[in-house]
Unconditional design. Structure first.
Length: 509
């Protein structure tokens, strides 16, 4: 029996809308005529999404039963797209508790269906031998299926789409290493799935019949080893033939550090991806097609999924990335405001100077900062800081930008996160590198009394303990070089023609 795809739109709750899949699911649901409510810990991060005005966004955490209960009011279908991976050794317990709260509140609110996207697990492998990542995903699925609310659990292996962590890992390993010594898991058979087919299954699951309460494997038509995926990527991307030499000595831990050194994906995220590749992950049924029929040409094959993802990257059309979600454990305290903040010490470094350019030209340079454009001051210092951050498990500088020219609240920007943006006036970034305190960087476009453009830059640091104070004073001697150079070079770049400011920025000086 097929799910009905007609009828009035449903009321859908989406958790994880700030993440990679959730941020893409919301507009798909809206396009189908459904009403969407998003539950987010930081609603401001969704403010600048193109669909923000069409969805209802409420503040709350999946661990807060009262907030979940309020968000569930009037909901027909609840999407569970969150997990606590990377939050520490207790992430499995956190996932377990959040899933129970979600299921209990969905049942109490009379929700018709829960839809959950989990991981494809290998058949015949005892659960205790699975990676903590896959083990937790499987347990969450069982909890939701036992909640008393009809539940659809979709189980996917490697998701291929522009900006996904799996795709970025595959892309950078293949592009940066023409010859590579690889872990033995490159021989593991995998059934990747295109992000378009994942989204199609998620949307279609909303209208499944009430009697359906089960898990479904979802995958593309190709079963490949990771090695075959790398050679396939190289062929689609028109790269020279890659030489791949598997060795048995790289443990999942060492593998994750190897991936972290070569790709933008930090070790904390690379490790569960690598651990999940130890066992064969292949679909054993395609029953989802009974309820969400495959349109012509679907599910997409691996080569076509890669081609579409690469086209999105080249066209700067990546709508969400793996880094869209906040780094686990990243600070969420509000910015200390002047002058009424009373939270303790606050160090600042302020730079102001006139700019021989229009406000628009200056703003273009500010909004284009980071990624390939760099940070306009002493590149070696930024590179060293990024490497040090990765050595201690941080994100480093390799996350880059989602879009080369435009930013929105919630975007990751190297080891910063866009906390606030007022187009033409203010860009505020919050640090997500490992620090003994909280840090922000503000860049402002201002106009003086005579109508001349001025640039104002402010770095703020709220230290945690003696180590935080020691950190600030140890790096303060370099501020004139780093922050002073940044201000001067941003002003200098803005003073060039708009074409030069957007196409040939100079991060040196």
């Amino acid at each position: 029996m097929n799910a009905e795809n007609t009828g009035p739109g449903l009321s859908c709750l989406v958790t994880g809308a700030t993440g990679y899949i959730g941020g893409r699911l919301v507009p798909e649901l809206l396009a189908e005529g459904h009403r969407v409510r998003c539950l987010a810990r930081s609603p401001g991060k969704l403010r600048d999404h193109p669909w923000a005005g069409e969805a209802d966004v409420v503040r709350g955490d999946v661990l807060d039963g009262a907030a979940v209960a309020e968000a569930m009011r009037g909901i027909d279908v609840a999407y569970y797209l969150v997990h606590a991976l990377g939050t520490g050794d207790t992430f499995e317990e956190t996932d377990r508790r959040a899933a129970r709260i979600f299921g209990e509140q969905a049942r109490a609110a009379g929700v018709r269906r829960i839809v959950y996207l989990g991981g494809l697990t290998p058949e015949g492998v005892p659960e205790r031998e699975l990676s903590p990542h896959l083990r937790s995903r499987a347990e969450v699925g069982r909890i939701l299926l036992a909640s008393g609310v009809p539940t659809t659990v979709l189980r996917a292996a490697v998701v291929i789409g522009s900006g996904s962590a799996s795709f970025e890992m595959l892309r950078y390993l293949t592009e940066r290493l023409p010859v590579m010594v690889t872990p033995s898991w490159v021989r593991t058979r995998i059934q990747p799935v295109a992000v378009r087919d994942v989204l199609r299954a998620l949307v279609g699951s909303a209208r499944m019949p009430a009697e359906v309460n089960r898990a479904f494997d979802i995958g593309g038509p190709d079963v490949l080893t990771y090695r075959e995926m790398m050679t396939g990527y190289a062929a689609v991307a028109e790269l020279p033939r890659r030489i791949i030499l598997p060795v048995p000595v790289l443990t999942p831990g060492l593998s994750s550090h190897w991936v972290g050194l070569v790709t933008p994906v930090p070790a904390a995220i690379a490790r569960p991806l690598a651990e999940s590749l130890r066992h064969e992950v292949v679909c054993h049924e395609h029953d989802i097609a009974r309820y969400v029929p495959d349109p012509p040409g679907h599910p997409l094959g691996f080569d076509e999924a890669v081609r579409l993802a690469l086209q999105r990257v080249r066209d700067a059309g990546v709508t969400t990335r793996w880094s869209s979600a906040s780094v686990p454990g990243a600070p969420s305290d509000p910015l200390p405001t002047d002058p009424d903040w009373a939270g303790g010490s606050l160090y600042t470094d302020v730079r102001e100077l006139p700019v021989d350019a229009s406000s628009l030209d200056l703003w273009r340079v500010i909004e284009g900062i980071g990624g390939d454009n760099g940070w306009y001051s002493f590149p070696p210092a930024w590179a060293v800081r990024g490497r040090l951050d990765r050595l201690v498990g941080g994100v480093g500088l390799r996350r880059g930008r989602r879009d080369a020219a435009r930013l929105r609240v919630g975007d990751s920007l190297d080891f910063w996160r866009v906390e606030e943006i007022e187009p033409g006036h203010l860009l505020r970034l919050r640090a997500e590198m490992r620090l003994p305190g909280l840090a922000w960087l503000e860049m402002c476009v201002e106009t003086d009394d005579d109508g001349r453009t001025r640039y104002r830059q402010r770095a703020l640091f709220h230290p945690h303990g003696l180590l935080g104070h020691a950190y600030w004073w140890s790096v303060s001697p370099f501020h004139a070089l780093v922050f002073g150079g940044m201000a001067r070079n941003i002003a200098r770049t803005a003073a060039r023609t708009p074409a030069a400011a957007t196409r040939h920025p100079s991060p040196t000086g």
